[in-house]
Design a protein around this ligand. Structure first.
Ligand code: NAG
Ligand code: NAG
Ligand code: NAG
Ligand code: NAG
Length: 783
């Protein structure tokens, strides 16, 4: 309670006021009262009349009145008892605001005489105002990243009261993040300040509600409060995260372009821009993977962007970063393991390595011809390959190792029946549907000289006229060789060289052995026989052989006397050898054909030496060839006187021994003169004794005096002996015609000369006399 004195009497007045609650002062003296604000109507303030020294009775007459300076009628005086009382509600705060001193100045006026008194009524404060905050809620935005002890001044409360009633203390609802600090301001009381005592985390507590209370010190104390709404502002303190660190994805190869591999969703606990994320491949991801996959940086979809081939790579490891857009961006990571599943998209591959081509036709069964390897880039059943061989061939496939095969000879080859094989190796995988590949192997069979040259016939018979000039073409043989190239090149040769001219009279049959040989190594041979039968040409004139039996003929010789024996021969055959003989002059002789090609010059008419003592005869032999050839001979016949002495031989009988097996050309015996010959031969058949029934034959030539006519026949005999052996030809058969009654003793029915009797007696044998055989001709041996 303050009393202020305007004069030097202040101390006394103050004392007085305390004692009397009234101040009396005439003139300029002042009276002080005090009243609490908000006092009820009628509340006693002071005995104003008394304190001003006025009599109660004079109040009304003197027109006692209060002239307030525009302050309404807070106070009123009861004119009856002179008491100042509260007329209407006095609000100190309304009246004085926050001034520490607040009083109502009353001007009291009385008339007669006019007196003016000043009365100060102090309005005393009561704690009628609670502390008040300007708003009911204070918002604060605080970055979650604010460091500890950050300070955030708050708006303090105000209290309309004064003094203790206006002295505020602040309190904060309990919380873990903030404490309250009070700043005492010199002028304006206290200022509450929030101090961060624990780090904020927007993600945990995006906002806090605290209650700030202000309490005054009035009695009773009043409290005001305000809600502190603390918005925790986001700081980019959270990295985006994936819900898994590793994602495993399986997908088939050859998936369509833009197929979704995975849709990544990263989350970021921050908010706003700090929550916005961008997906990208990590810098670790090589360019090969970047080409294959595409990531949508906004949505996180990972799609295929290129052909995916299991055979290139069957797993992909894709590292993905997710980055938020915060000021200091934060990054999250994940890995996508993409496992590629195989599809049967690769055909098997067949590789043929030919080893032994061409294959020799004599190659052994089991010979490896080609190596075949198959492969398939697929895996599992898609990559399991089986091989087969078509068509039927003398080959087979042998599996040597997984996916390795050998083409092996399975049966014997023969180039001459099949020189080339085309086989196809088919490789088929186990996929569904399966894929296959083929490779053809051309197997050429190499020739081996396994075929001899062969003639169409084993034996050829050729007829060739004799007297061919050397170099003359006779016949062509050819041999075929089934082999190839060198092995089929055939050359020909005679096994034995044959020299000589083709002369029918020399050799009628040539037997040529022809050999054909190929150029193989070793060579092979073929043979054939060419039988050349020589055909006769009339190249031989007839030969005349005149054997004069008588040097002279007695003039009384009987008709029919044989004077000369003539034999004609022609070395040709057939008509070329058909010789006819003619004689000139024709009388008195004639030619009598005694046997084929044998003639006798016979006396045909009687002679008369006295008329003609000598005849010169010409003999002409002419063959039947065309043109025919002829030979002539002259014979002279002397006519002799009759004579009674016969010529005699030194011996009545000659025996000549001739050894068998005389070589051709051997000279046996020569008779120079007329002689009687009993030729006994001991020539024997040389056929080997083993030839059974053919015992040793003793062909004998027996001349007998009893024989009148001799005939020679030349005929072909097929067999002499019953044994085997080549046919005997050109046997001379000597067939004497024996007159009946004669002792035929030694004379066989038929005497035979075996083939090997190389001696042929050629001559004319004429019985001259009984017991004599006269031989007029040299015994010739003919090869
Ligand atoms: C990501 O979200 C999309 C859309 O909601 C969804 O289809 C996909 O399966 C999610 N991805 C993962 C890996 O959960
Ligand atoms: C896949 O599609 C993308 C976008 O359409 C294109 O750029 C790319 O060349 C395609 N890849 C292939 C292998 O077709
Ligand atoms: C001998 O030959 C002649 C004349 O050809 C003939 O008349 C006679 O009968 C023959 N003699 C014998 C014994 O055959
Ligand atoms: C004939 O005799 C000759 C020589 O004496 C001999 O070489 C040949 O083999 C004989 N021929 C026959 C058919 O016996």
């Amino acid at each position: 309670m303050l009393c202020t004195s305007q004069g030097n009497q202040g101390n006394r007045n103050l004392l007085l006021l305390f004692v009397t609650l009234a101040a009396w002062e005439t003139g300029s003296g002042q009276v002080h009262y005090s009243v609490s604000e908000e006092a009820k109507h009628g509340t006693f303030v002071g005995r104003i009349a008394q304190d001003l020294g006025l009599e109660l009775a004079e109040l009304v007459p003197r027109l006692f009145r209060i002239a307030s300076k525009g302050r309404g009628d807070f106070l009123e005086v009861n004119l009856q008892n002179g008491i100042l009382f509260v007329n209407s509600r006095i609000d100190r705060e309304e009246l004085c605001g926050r001034r520490a001193e607040c009083s109502i100045h009353l001007e009291v006026i009385v008339d007669r005489p006019l007196q003016v008194f000043h009365v100060e009524v102090e309005v005393k404060d009561i704690n009628d105002n609670r502390p008040v905050f300007s708003t009911s809620e204070q918002k604060l935005s605080i970055l979650e990243s604010q460091p500890l002890d950050s300070r955030f001044p708050l708006e303090g409360a105000s209290d309309a009261d004064i003094g203790e009633n206006a002295i505020l203390t602040y309190g904060l609802s309990s919380n873990e993040f903030f404490t309250l600090d009070i700043i005492n301001k010199k002028d304006k009381g206290k200022l509450p300040v929030l101090v961060l005592s624990k780090l904020l985390d927007r993600e945990e507590n995006p906002q806090l509600r605290l209650l700030l209370t202000a309490t005054d010190e009035g009695k009773p104390e009043l409290t005001g409060s305000v809600t502190l709404l603390i918005l925790v502002l986001d700081a980019n303190d959270n990295a985006p995260v994936f819900d898994q660190t590793v994602y495993e994805v399986k997908m088939y190869e050859n998936s369509a372009n833009q197929t979704l591999v995975i849709w990544l969703n990263a989350s970021d606990a921050d908010e706003g821009i700090n929550k916005e994320v961008i997906y990208s491949f990590s810098s670790l991801v090589p360019s090969t993977i970047r080409r294959k996959f595409l990531i949508n940086e906004r949505t996180g979809e990972v799609r295929i962007n290129d052909a995916i081939d299991f055979e290139d790579s069957n797993t992909y490891e894709i590292h993905v970063d997710v980055t938020d857009k915060g000021n200091l961006p934060m990054v999250g990571h994940c890995t996508i393991l993409v496992e590629i599943l195989d599809e049967n998209d690769n055909s098997p591959v067949v590789v043929v390595t030919s080893l032994a081509l061409p294959v020799r036709e004599d190659a052994q069964v089991g010979t490896v011809i080609s190596l075949i390897s198959v492969s398939d880039r697929d895996s599992g059943a898609n990559g399991q390959v089986t091989c087969s061989l078509t068509p039927e061939s003398p080959f087979k496939l042998v599996s040597t190792f997984k996916n390795y095969y050998s083409l092996v000879l399975d049966s014997v080859l023969d180039r001459e029946s099949m020189a080339n094989y085309e086989v196809v190796v088919t490789a088929r995988d186990g996929g569904l549907p399966s894929l296959s590949a083929t490779a053809s192997v051309s197997v050429e069979v190499a020739d081996v000289n396994d075929n001899a040259p062969a003639f169409a016939q084993h034996e050829y018979t050729v007829f060739v006229k004799e007297n061919n000039p050397p170099g003359c073409h006779i016949f062509t043989v050819s041999a075929r060789d089934a082999d190839a190239q060198e092995n089929a090149l055939v050359s020909y040769s005679l096994v034995e060289r044959v020299n000589g001219k083709i002369d029918f009279e020399e050799t009628k049959l040539w037997k040529l052995q022809i050999e054909a040989v190929d150029k193989g190594n070793p060579p092979m041979f073929g043979h054939c026989t060419v039988l050349i039968e020589v055909l006769d040409v009339n190249d031989n004139a007839p030969e005349l052989l005149v054997t004069s039996l008588l040097l002279s003929i007695p003039e009384d010789a009987p008709l029919g006397t044989v004077i000369t024996l003539i034999s004609v021969t022609d070395r040709d055959i057939g008509s070329n050898a058909q010789v006819t003989c003619s004689l000139t002059p024709r009388v008195p002789f004639k030619l009598v054909s005694t046997f084929k090609n044998y003639y006798s010059l016979v006396l045909d008419s009687s002679l008369d030496r006295e008329k003609v003592s000598e005849y010169a005869l010409a003999l002409i032999a002419k063959d039947g060839g065309s043109p025919s050839l002829s030979t002539s001979a002259s014979v002279s016949v002397e006519v002799a006187d009759v004579n009674d002495n016969a010529p005699t031989f030194a011996q009545p009988e000659y025996t000549v021994f001739v050894k068998e097996n005389n070589p051709p050309g051997c000279h046996i015996f020569t008779v120079l003169l007329v002689l009687t010959l009993l030729l006994y031969t001991a020539l024997r058949c040389s056929a080997p004794p083993s030839e059974g029934a053919c015992g040793p034959v003793k062909p004998r030539l027996v001349c007998s005096s009893a024989v009148e006519n001799w005939s020679f026949s030349r005929e072909r005999r097929q067999r002499v002996c019953s044994g085997e052996g080549p046919p005997k030809t050109d046997l001379m058969v000597f067939s004497p015609s024996v007159p009946p009654g004669l002792n035929s003793g030694d004379i066989g029915d038929q005497q035979e000369f075996c083939e090997n009797v190389s001696t042929v007696i050629l001559g004319c044998i004429m019985p001259i006399n009984v017991n004599h055989i006269v031989v007029h001709q040299q015994i010739k041996s003919i090869a």
